[in-house]
Design a protein around this ligand. Structure first.
Ligand code: 2NL
Length: 353
C-alpha cells in the first residue's frame, strides 16, 4: 500500500484487498525472519488484515454483509499464504514428525535373520539322539573342581587341571569355567535316577591360543547311557546310527583305541572323509579318515564317585566338538568365523528354520 488513508466505500475496500493479495502473491519468504515479518505485517495485532477489517465501520450499512464476506475471504487467503510459507520453510505441521507418518503405508519389513550354523548342527545332533531315547540335560558353565575333574577320575596332577589350560575364577580358584560338559553328566548321575540316557550340549572353555582350529571357548555335545548290561556293542551301534543320520548312509566308521581317565576302554571314532570319499585330500590329510569324537565305557571309579553301583551298572559315554562337526558339514575352513559375528558369513545359513 502506498500509505494512503483507507477509503471508506466498497470500491476502495475491494481495491485495497486486491492490492494486498497481489503483494502477498509476490512476497518471497526464504527464512524465519521474513516469515515473522510477514506475520507481523499482515496477521499481527496491528497488521493489515485487522486494519482493513477496521474499515468495516465506514462501509454503508447495506453493503456491510458483502464487505464482511470479502474481508473474511482476505483473512483466510492471508492465513493460507502464511501457512504455505511456513511449510516451505520446513517447520510447519506437515513436516513435523507426527504428520510425516502415513499410517496407511505398508510397514518396513523386519529383515529375516538366520540360525547360527552351530545351532543348526547342535539341533540336528539333539534330534538324532532324541530318536534313540536320549534326553537333553543342562548344567552350569561355572563349575567346581569336583564336578569338572575329581569325579571324572582325573588325578590331582593331571595337566588339564593346570592354570595354563583351565580358566580359574580369580576371586576364588575353587571355581572354574567348565572344560567339558561331562560335569553336567556327573550332576545327572549324582541324582541317582537310573537308567540314564542323556546328551549334554553346551559351551565349554579352555585356555587355548586362538587359531583356525582352536578357540578358548567352543561347543560340545557329550552323551551318556547308564543301565544294566550296557556294552561296547551298544556304544558302537549308537554312534554308527548317529553318523549315518548325520552324514548319510554311505559314510564308513572306524574305532581306534585311545585313552581318557574317565573311560575304560576308550576309543576315538573316525568317519570316512566326506570331501574325497576316502581317496585322500587336504581335509583328511591324505588319510581318507577324519576324527569326529572320543568315546568309551564309563570308568567304574566314575560310577562309584557318583554313588552308582559299578558292579550292577555299566555305561558308555562319548564327546564331540560341535564346531568340528559343523566345519565338516559346511566345509568351513576357519573356526574363528563362528564367533566373529560377520554377517557375510552368517547370512549364508539363512533358511526357513
Ligand atoms: C573328546 C572326548 C569324551 C567322555 C567324553 C564322559 C563323561 C562321563 C563319564 C565318562 Cl560323565 N566319559 N565323557 C568320554 C569319552 C570321551 O570326549 O574328544 N571330546 C571332544
Amino acid at each position: 500500500m502506498k500509505g494512503l488513508p483507507y477509503l471508506c466505500n466498497m470500491e476502495n475496500l475491494l481495491a485495497q484487498i486486491e492490492q494486498n493479495k497481489k503483494d502477498i502473491q509476490e512476497t518471497v519468504v526464504s527464512n524465519k525472519e521474513q516469515l515473522e515479518a510477514f506475520r507481523i505485517k499482515y496477521l499481527g495485532t496491528k497488521g493489515l488484515v485487522k486494519t482493513i477489517m477496521g474499515e468495516m465501520k465506514t462501509v454503508a450499512p447495506e453493503q456491510k454483509r458483502e464487505a464482511g464476506q470479502l474481508l473474511n475471504e482476505f483473512k483466510i487467503f492471508t492465513e493460507a499464504a502464511f501457512e504455505a510459507f511456513q511449510d516451505n520453510l520446513g517447520n510447519g505441521p506437515e513436516n513435523s514428525q507426527a504428520a510425516a507418518i502415513d499410517v496407511t503405508l505398508p510397514g518396513s519389513p523386519l529383515p529375516l535373520g538366520s540360525r547360527h550354523p552351530i545351532s543348526i548342527i547342535q539341533n540336528k545332533i539333539i534330534s538324532i539322539f532324541h530318536r534313540l531315547g536320549f534326553a537333553v540335560a543342562e548344567g552350569p558353565e561355572i563349575e567346581d573342581d569336583w564336578h569338572n575333574f575329581t569325579a571324572l577320575n582325573l588325578p590331582e596332577d593331571h595337566p588339564a587341571r593346570d592354570m595354563q589350560d583351565t580358566f580359574y575364577i580369580n576371586q576364588d580358584p575353587a571355581w572354574l569355567l567348565r572344560t567339558h560338559t561331562s560335569s553336567v553328566q556327573i550332576r545327572e548321575m549324582e541324582k541317582g535316577i537310573l537308567p540314564l540316557r542323556i546328551i549334554c550340549p553346551g559351551r565349554v572353555y579352555r585356555n587355548e591360543t586362538i587359531s583356525a582350529r582352536a578357540h578358548c571357548f567352543f561347543n560340545q555335545v557329550e552323551g551318556l547311557y547308564i543301565a544294566e548290561n550296557v556294552s561296547f556293542a551298544d556304544l558302537k551301534q549308537t554312534l554308527y546310527f548317529f553318523v549315518q543320520e548325520m552324514f548319510g548312509n554311505t559314510v564308513k566308521v572306524r574305532f581306534r583305541p585311545s585313552y581318557f581317565p574317565f573311560t575304560e576302554p576308550s576309543a576315538e571314532m573316525d568317519i570316512s572323509c566326506l570331501i574325497c570319499g576316502g581317496e585322500g585330500c587336504n581335509v583328511c590329510k591324505k588319510t581318507g579318515w577324519v576324527e569326529i569324537l572320543g568315546c568309551g565305557m564309563v570308568h567304574p571309579a566314575v560310577l562309584d564317585n557318583c554313588g552308582i553301583d559299578s558292579n550292577k551298572y555299566t555305561g558308555f559315554a562319548f564327546g564331540m566338538g560341535i564346531e568340528r562337526i559343523t566345519m565338516l558339514s559346511y566345509q568351513v575352513k576357519d573356526l574363528r568365523l563362528f564367533s566373529e559375528n560377520d554377517l557375510r558369513f552368517l547370512k549364508q545359513f539363512t533358511s526357513a528354520i
